[in-house]
Design a protein around this ligand. Structure first.
Ligand code: FES
Length: 106
């Protein structure tokens, strides 16, 4: 089963196994991982699922137009490895993924 490691800003990390096609945002909510809100439910309309991709074994999809627009609105600074967690799905895009959580989402 695909696995996501969420690294908190302070450095602690939490690994979760996720069903295929579940997004990084949804997996965080389902597993009670703090630091991801997912206010719009995964529609690329809120940017509260901002993550920094540290490592992956997969080929992540290109940043889409909607994602690009939302990444301009992140509460924490956008970096080169910034992505919206709702746009990255286990199995489709990766089997192993390490993401760092931003200091804040709002
Ligand atoms: S959950 Fe709203 S942009 Fe990802």
């Amino acid at each position: 089963m695909p696995r996501i490691s969420y690294v908190e800003p302070a450095g602690d990390s939490r690994d979760v196994e996720v069903e295929p096609r579940v997004s990084v945002m949804r997996a965080a909510i389902l597993n009670g991982v703090d630091g991801i809100i997912g206010e719009c439910g995964g529609q690329a309309m809120c940017a509260t699922c901002h993550v920094f991709v540290e490592r992956t074994d997969g080929e992540l999809p290109e940043v889409g137009d909607d994602e690009e627009e939302m990444l301009e609105c992140t509460a924490d600074e956008r970096l080169e490895n910034s992505r919206l967690g709702c746009q990255l799905r286990a199995g489709d895009h990766f089997d192993e993924l390490v993401v760092r959580l931003p200091e804040r989402q709002v």
